[in-house]
Design a protein around this ligand. Sequence first.
Ligand code: TYD
Ligand code: MG
Length: 451
Amino acid sequence: MSKTKSAFFCQDCGHESPKWLGKCPGCHSWNTLIEEIKVKKSSSSPFSRKASEANPKQLNEIQEKDNPKFSLNDSELNRVLGGGVVQGSLILIGGDPGIGKSTLMLQLAIKENIKILYVSGEESEQQIKMRAERIGIENQSCFILTETNLDAILNHTSSIEPKLIVIDSIQTLHSNQIESAPGSVSQVRECTSQLLRLAKEKNIAILLIGHITKDGSIAGPKVLEHMVDTVLQFEGDRNHMYRLLRTSKNRFGSTNEIGIYEMQNNGLRIVENPSEILVTNSDSDLSGVAISATLEGLRPFLIEIQALVSSAVYGTPQRSSTGYDSKRLNMLLAVLEKRCGFKLGAKDVFLNIAGGIKVDDPGIDLAVSMAVLSSNANLAIPEGIAFSAEVGLSGEIRPVNRIDQRISEVEKLGFKKIIISNNIKGFDSKKYGIEIVQCSKIDEVVRNVFS
Ligand code: TYD
Ligand code: MG
């Protein structure tokens, strides 16, 4: 039996070295040598493809499978995956430590009634059981395996024959064929490519959890992004309860969808109507609060924008924004100063988007400007008004995409009035039951709201 050999290759110039070196002797660049397999055993993996197995075929010769997608019990995951999990696909879920990746995956594994193998290299069986009890679902078709050796996992897979495998996390796996430590770039890459082969050959969907760390010693999921079919990003503010699941790559669906969850004591709850939680329905009239309709992907929801404007104590006024681009905030402040004559130059401005979410939709510009003006004048925006428009450099109110969806969402949540741009082609305001005010300049909006 020939033994697997590995060598170190420079990722820049391809120089080969039998041992690791900090500096490549070929191109003199630092930290570019990475271990790679040189000669594989002829039957190294039980799933290796034989040369004669695949033949070239014409498109019409390829048989379609009856149902290549199967849907999960989790409607948000189905949505971000484009309607369900494609059989034989490899899905990577990345996210900061502690965001809830393991919880999401375990919850998925024990909610489903299909055969699932949940492999954890991070927690013991007892810890997983405790987490499952916390989530509170009993399930007979989910197998838990605590293992980090890839070859052992592959062996278990052939005996259990699951329909779906969850790996928590790819950075803890190691293959016998490579000597470097688990989590190194070459291990992560080798393990993923073996799992990819398993997924495609046995038609098993595999969900990989990948960590993102600032520490260079653990390979980030970036290395894997080109290998997998779908990349999901689980994000949110760890101090807030809401978590967003986004797609940054999807070979089988759109990357525009998001899923929203709320972290509770007993696991992650699906948030079906995000607007209701992101907008506080307080009765008291507070200045500096404006509501905007925004879109995340194709999903409309309302957000609450809070601004605080106060006289600067120190010479240079502070501008700080959470959840919104601070450069864009500065631009809006300049527009308000120059085009509308509000003296904001000597004021501290703090902006916050409630719920700890980040928005980069220009459609919330108008609401940001109105929140700032409301706080500056210490006048509350009357209840029941929402905004949805972009603000241009000359103070003009510009249209935003998918205005129909935004208006419907505002109407659904019982608002009385929405302010939008007057420059929308083919727009018919009569088909809505809500008052629609169309403005062309920001001072028009100010007059409409505060008079
Ligand atoms: P975890 O899934 O372990 O994060 P990751 O795998 O991404 O590192 O989630 C950890 C956090 O979630 C932890 O801070 C506790 C919290 N949590 C809850 O609030 N409720 C729960 O039911 C569970 C299981 C976890
Ligand atoms: Mg985890």
